[in-house]
Design a binder for this molecule. Structure first.
Ligand code: PA5
Length: 447
């Protein structure tokens, strides 16, 4: 019951000798990664996380989650990028499709809202209305402790919380996930006495889902973080130890680089389950930030199907042939709905009576894979046997490991993100931040 990678539907686009050639390069890239001799090698803490994590902190995470579950109706998770997407991906994947709105007796855990991932005052104001006068807690997540978007949201919600509970009780409801020693958030947490969790120095934001960054919100949602880590450990074992032929992460890294070298510069991650939407968002950050540099990279895009078959489907089938598609196949649906028979077959669906909705979904998926393949879009498939913590852990690790290897195959440093600084400098200059006066003048002339 493992997550597996399958490129049988892309075989017409790739020949055996190409795989053989790329196998050698991929094994070399893997060696660079695991021997920690490549660029960015001070950010490889994620490789061993599933088997070598801080057990004391892990149990504090569970305790904090239990406290939040017992004293809060709402948890606000404040963070952006790697300090946001992993937790959201896991919660949306594992928990109820309508997690926040389903009756508490079904959910049993606090509502969870993500904020600090935009600068929208409308979103913040509306979230304040959603909280109302209910009890809430905050998990403020920022490795650097200085990122503008979460810092602004934190200022607003910290004030709201201190007004409601007073400074002392508020401090007991704020959990800070940040660097162990540096940054404004760490200083604030020490000063105010917030319980703190650590983003390890050697784990970059987009690789941090299996640290407290992801684990605390995921645990609050009621998901089993032990099983998540076990799944990741199983993914790690295969990625580290299996031969190329049995190593799905290596094969995925190899195949996408073969396709890139044939001019397939866009990878579209496709899912057929709405719960996978944020896994795609997480994946886009992981691959986009890791590979898109030095004027190179595969552009990571995503579609939610079948919805996007009625929009982007046209482009995928028939537009510029620069794409390949990677389909996440959730093999077993969490729920089963069997279609009934109608006395008068007005909607013409009686031929499906007795069949499940998931049978229709899988037929759409299989038909689409063949149609897109016929349209010259190579289709790779990742099979996920079931929606559970173990399989998610495997999937997350599979993508992380493949990303590290793929980045080295591409010849970039997969663990830095120099490009994300440019907008920040301009924004600070336009905001009038001290130290940016000269840039401000220049930019104002250009606006
Ligand atoms: O992957 C990354 O490094 C980024 O996406 C960061 O996670 C993001 O910018 C947030 O940074 P921080 O956690 O320092 O607030």
């Amino acid at each position: 019951n493992k997550v597996t990678f399958d490129y049988s539907k892309a075989s017409q686009f790739i020949s055996g000798h190409e795989v053989e050639l790329m196998k050698k390069l991929t094994l070399d890239a893997k060696e660079v990664l695991v021997s920690k001799t490549g660029a960015g090698n001070d950010f490889l803490g994620w490789i061993d996380l599933p088997v070598d994590y801080d057990k004391e902190e892990f149990s504090r995470i569970k305790k904090a989650a239990a406290k939040i579950q017992s004293d809060s109706e709402v948890l606000l998770v404040i963070g952006i990028g790697g300090s946001y997407l992993g937790a959201r991906a896991a919660i949306e994947f594992l928990r109820h499709s309508f997690y926040n709105s389903v009756d508490k007796s079904v959910r049993k855990t606090p509502e969870i809202y993500f904020v600090g991932n935009s600068l929208s005052s409308t979103y913040i104001k509306h979230l304040i209305e959603v909280i109302g006068d209910r009890d809430f807690s905050i998990n403020m997540i920022s490795k650097s402790g200085t990122t503008t978007e979460p810092a602004i949201a934190f200022r607003v919600f910290k004030e709201m919380m201190e007004n409601k509970y007073g400074k002392k009780e508020a401090a007991g409801r704020i959990y800070a996930t940040t660097d162990k020693a540096r940054g404004s958030l760490k200083n604030l947490a020490t000063e105010e006495g917030y319980e703190s969790f650590v983003v390890p120095d050697d784990v970059g934001g987009r690789f941090s889902v299996l640290t407290a960054v992801g684990l605390l919100p995921i645990a609050v949602s009621g998901a089993d973080i032990d099983r998540l880590m076990e799944g990741a450990a199983s993914g790690r074992k295969r990625a580290m130890e299996a031969s190329f032929e049995d190593n799905d992460a290596l094969k995925y890294a190899a195949l996408r680089n073969i396709l890139l070298r044939k001019g397939k510069t866009i990878e579209v991650l496709a899912n057929y389950e709405p719960g996978v939407h944020y896994v795609s968002e997480w994946w886009k950050q992981l691959y986009g930030e890791s590979e898109g540099k030095d004027q190179k990279g595969i552009f990571p895009a995503s579609v939610d199907l079948t919805a996007d078959l009625h929009s982007m489907g046209q482009f995928i089938q028939d537009g510029a042939r620069t794409l390949f598609e990677t389909v996440i196949d959730i093999e077993t649906s969490r729920e089963e709905i069997i279609l009934g028979t109608e006395a008068v077959d007005l909607d013409g669906l009686n031929y499906l009576a007795g069949k499940t909705v998931d049978f229709v979904n899988k037929s759409a998926m299989n038909g689409t894979i063949l149609a897109h393949t016929d349209g010259n879009v190579p289709n790779l498939i990742i099979h996920v046997p079931e929606v559970n913590e173990f399989n998610l852990g495997e999937l997350l690790y599979f993508f992380e490991f493949a990303c590290g290897v793929s980045g080295y195959l591409l010849g970039v440093n997969p663990f830095d993100q120099p490009g994300v600084e440019s907008y920040k400098k301009n924004m600070f200059a336009l905001l009038g931040k001290p130290g940016y006066e000269a840039q401000r003048e220049e930019l104002l002339k250009r606006l």
